[in-house]
Design a protein around this ligand. Structure first.
Ligand code: AGP
Length: 616
């Protein structure tokens, strides 16, 4: 996620904006920039790849002290266009009378950019953002009414965005626009702030206005107006009671909980630039004829990853094999890199990695490329090593994942696998039109389904005291939910240090059942699907051996004697089988979080673990 800031008031804008950007560094970024309105009414812009300190030296050490009381700033988390100075924000129009910073994705930027170039506009960057100042430039030639020009501009934009805009001229003004990405406003004594997140200006004011989608704010020296389209509205000023550390977690106690709650937004952003809901199409950026024909013709695919990403790969196998005739094998990268195996020419390797820096996964990619295999990576960090080594990359747009325990990366990776499986099936004609369009329709409602699931299972903290007493857990799932059981077990062990094993339900009789007694609880995933009766049998086996059970089952499950078999029952919104992993993993994330929190564990930085394992 990029970070936006804006300032207008009586303090030196360069210092305020740079300081505000530093408060957003926790969001992760690869470049930063600032635009200031000078006393002469011109726009002065500096931007640089890397950390904010690089930007500071550009502004302060070169004696470029600019006297300014109005400006915007940006930390970039690259989604379109590699991390570079040129692609860093702010971006300006041809005449540099307009400067814009943006957080989000402008889906239709390619078409807009083509039209603008045909009209004579010249572009400098590869970003989607740069279309905004050029569109606004044209509308400001038609009217002096800023609100009208901004409304006309955003009418042309499709996607999710938060914008902050300054204009050259004698009267300082900052325009803020929110549509699908967060934007908050700080109300100071003699100044106003705009930001993606409250920490940016919390040290100056705790009076906050939360802008909502399709709202525009026009900030002037000592006044502001907020509009919904052309209608002026008034918004409540909220007094925020957080300290700075709490604010970076948006008030959540830990990044992990914040990132669990961010999953509906992360999944929405991951889908946004891949699915055209009107045309009912799936497309991946930079997919050329070579990868498309490989996906059409290949007979087998190898998926490789580590940890949580490996669990996502197991689900990817299930999805691709359910929807196509392709055989998929999934291998730990730490194993595959040393495995002596014949790699067929024209093979496809799919490498999954949130960080894009995991050493074992990177080594497998290099091994396959040496043997002329094609590599498609699924990654969350643009410009990281794995995408750079891969022939193709599909990005999850989960935003920075700070907590070591991976949550929103997993749900967005599985979302990408579902889109990829449907894409391959479409290309191989192995899914009929009706089913394909039905899955696209469900995809549209997936963020809301995740919201409902979080709300349905958020009270997991009530059972944490009792469940934190045990030293061992068994997690059981079947079919597409077996990897979810593995992921739930990994979450519990890595943040609460309680031992947990994930197993396919059908394996119980082959050993694990020997473990079950009143001191060895089981967590069971029991969706109402074709394997329900089999899974119910596992429930019976465990209960008859006095094993405690935490049960996650479908809303529609009408077995009224479930209480005879489970000690804790959580109902999960019904959903199609292919969407179950994305939905059922959420309560398992919350369960592990609340148990670890009750135990007082260091949830965001568990002992012995690193967020990205860049060493073997
Ligand atoms: C999962 O919660 C862990 N953080 C870990 O297993 C992680 O998934 C693994 O190290 C792979 O990381 P990557 O996705 O960045 O490659």
């Amino acid at each position: 996620m990029c970070g936006i800031v804006g300032y207008i008031g009586v303090k030196p804008a360069d210092y305020i904006i740079l300081n505000a950007l530093k408060k957003l560094e926790y969001r992760g970024y690869d470049s930063a920039g600032i635009s200031l309105l000078t006393a002469q009414g011109n726009i002065y812009t500096e931007k640089e790849k890397g950390k904010i300190v690089n930007l500071e030296s550009l502004i302060f050490e070169k004696n470029k002290k600019i006297s300014s009381y109005c400006g915007i700033g940006h930390t970039r988390w690259a989604t379109h266009g590699e991390p570079s100075m040129i692609n860093a924000h702010p971006h300006t129009d041809c005449a540099e009378n307009i400067s814009v910073v943006h957080n989000g994705i402008i889906e239709n930027y390619t078409q807009l950019k083509k039209e603008l170039i045909e009209k004579g506009h010249s572009f400098k960057s590869e970003t989607d953002t740069e279309v905004v100042p050029h569109i606004l430039e044209d509308y400001l030639k038609e009217t002096d009414d800023i609100l009208e020009a901004v409304n006309n501009t955003i009418e042309k934009l499709e996607g999710a965005y938060a914008l902050a805009i300054i204009l050259s001229g004698q009267e300082p003004v900052i325009i803020g626009v929110r549509k699908g990405s967060p934007l908050v406003m700080g109300v100071g004594d003699k100044d106003y702030f705009l930001a993606s997140d409250i920490p940016a200006f919390l040290e100056y004011t705790n009076n906050v206005i939360f802008l909502d989608d399709n709202e525009i704010v026009i900030l002037k020296k000592f006044s502001y107006d907020i509009y919904r389209k052309n209608e002026k509205i008034t918004k409540q000023i909220n007094k925020i009671k957080w300290d700075a550390a709490q604010a970076q977690k948006s008030g959540y106690k830990h990044y992990m909980l914040k990132e669990i709650y961010e999953q509906p937004e992360a999944v929405k952003n991951t889908i946004l630039d891949k699915v055209n809901f009107t045309k009912k199409e799936i497309n991946f950026e930079n997919f050329d004829e070579s990868i498309i024909s490989l996906l059409k013709e290949c007979s087998n695919i190898t998926i490789t990853a580590c940890g949580t990403s490996w669990h996502a790969g197991l689900i990817g196998k299930f999805l691709i094999e359910s929807l196509t005739d392709v055989t998929v094998e999934v291998d730990y990268a730490s194993e595959l890199r040393y495995r002596e195996k014949f790699i067929k020419p024209n093979s496809l390797l799919i490498a999954v990695s949130q960080s894009g820096e995991t050493a074992d996964t990177l080594e497998v990619i290099k091994k396959y490329k040496k043997l002329n295999a094609k590599v498609l990576s699924i990654c969350n960090v643009l410009g990281s090593s794995i995408p750079r080594e891969s022939n193709y990359t599909i990005y999850t747009h989960a935003g920075p994942e700070i907590s070591v325990a991976s949550t929103k990366a997993f749900t967005t990776q599985v979302t990408v696998f579902l889109l990829l499986a449907l894409y391959i099936a479409r290309k191989r004609n192995s899914v009929n039109n009706e089913d394909f369009e039905n899955y696209i329709e469900i995809m549209k409602n997936l963020p809301a389904l995740l919201e409902n699931t979080i709300n349905a299972t958020a009270n997991m903290d009530k059972i944490a005291p009792e469940l934190s007493k045990y030293s061992n857990y068994l997690y059981l799932g079947r079919g597409i939910n077996y990897p979810v059981a593995l992921e739930g077990a990994l979450k519990l062990k890595e943040i609460s240090y309680i031992h947990a094993e994930g197993y396919p339900g059908g394996e119980m009789k082959h050993g694990p059942l020997a473990l079950i007694d009143e001191n060895f609880p089981s967590v069971i995933l029991l969706p109402k699907d074709s394997l329900y009766e089999k899974m119910f049998g596992n429930l019976n086996e465990i209960k008859s051996r006095r094993g405690k059970v935490v049960l996650f089952t479908s809303d529609s499950n009408i077995y009224d004697n479930l209480n005879d078999y489970a000690d804790y029952i959580f109902k999960i919104p019904d959903c199609d089988k292919f969407f179950q992993p994305i939905v059922y993993v959420i309560p398992l994330q919350l369960l592990s979080y609340y148990i670890a929190d009750f135990k007082g564990c260091d949830i965001d930085q568990p002992r012995n673990l690193a967020k990205s394992v860049t060493v073997e």
